[in-house]
Design a protein around this ligand. Structure first.
Ligand SMILES: C[S@@+](CC[C@H](N)C(=O)[O-])C[C@H]1O[C@@H](n2cnc3c(N)ncnc32)[C@H](O)[C@@H]1O
Length: 268
């Protein structure tokens, strides 16, 4: 199966890689950290550049953490990040979350950050993640909820976000239950005692807003579909990218987005 994200993986811009590489276990897995103990084994599915995975490894040391990702480039980056951080109890391998190369009940904890939102059918990856989780162990998932708040309102970033969402809907790839449906997705996959929480990623400093602008300028300029469908013309696309750049430099600019998390436990 090809997910939208698989198609997107090779096209990651340096800005998006940079933004993703700033993720940490404290922030992106904070909802799961209270359940981690030294010595546990953890699987991080769709680990990307591995910065969260490395934080998870610190939390369970001397336990082993495995990060898998379908993108070979992501795994290379993750290995380089682990080497740079000197983390010894983490390993990375290329693998598909739909066909995990591990025995049943292999891990004490399974985790995925912003992976499930790329699957229309979330039950398939969840069942496979549940298969490799040991009975009684927790699974933690966290995804975007498609809820952005920006200042000023109706600015160029909101226009770009609206077009981005329109493209997802057009391609039949948007799932309104992303993130906010995570508790229900876990329940339907058979996990018990499911509970949900949320957190927010906020950009309100020149440095973070520059990263937001870089990511969105790339998205705007690379979106041929928007032009093909007549939603915007090429000069409009370039103007929008320029407007985002200027918006990001405003002393009052602000962007935030909601992420929803859920934890469930494998029966047994
Ligand atoms: C938005 S990124 C999140 C990366 C990482 N979890 C983080 O938050 O920093 C989603 C990741 O899922 C990976 N991915 C997409 N489809 C996958 C699949 N079928 N199996 C494993 N990984 C997959 C992508 O290659 C990408 O690195």
């Amino acid at each position: 199966m090809t997910t939208p994200n698989q198609q997107r993986t090779p096209g990651w811009s340096p800005a998006l890689v940079d933004r993703t590489a700033r993720r940490t276990a404290q922030k992106e897995a904070g909802f799961l950290l209270p359940y981690l103990k030294p010595g546990m084994s953890v699987l991080d599915c769709g680990c990307g550049p591995g910065t969260i995975t490395i934080g998870l490894a610190e939390a369970v040391a001397p336990g082993e953490v495995t990060g898998i990702d379908i993108g070979a480039q992501q795994i290379e980056l993750a290995r380089a990040n682990a080497a740079q951080s000197g983390t010894a109890n983490v390993r990375f391998q290329v693998a598909d979350v739909l066909k995990l190369p591990f025995e049943d009940n292999s891990f004490d904890v399974v985790y995925a950050n912003t992976l499930l939102m790329y699957f229309q059918d979330k039950q398939q990856p969840l069942k496979e993640m549940g298969r490799v989780l040991r009975p009684g162990g927790p699974i933690g998932i966290r995804d975007l909820a498609d809820a952005d708040a920006t200042w000023p309102p109706d600015g160029p970033l909101e226009q770009a976000i609206a077009l981005h969402l329109k493209a997802f809907i057009y391609r039949g790839q948007w799932d309104p239950s992303n993130g906010r449906g995570n508790r229900g997705h876990l329940l339907r996959a058979g996990f018990a005692r499911c509970q949900a929480s949320a957190d927010c990623e906020a950009s309100g400093t020149p440095e973070l807003l520059a990263l937001v602008a870089d990511v969105w300028k790339m998205r705007v300029l690379a979106s041929n579909l928007w032009v093909e469908q007549g939603w915007i013309d090429r000069p409009g696309q370039e103007r929008l990218a320029q407007d985002i750049e200027e918006w990001s430099k405003r002393p009052d600019a602000f962007h935030s987005r909601l992420y929803c998390s859920a934890i469930g436990w494998k029966e047994g």
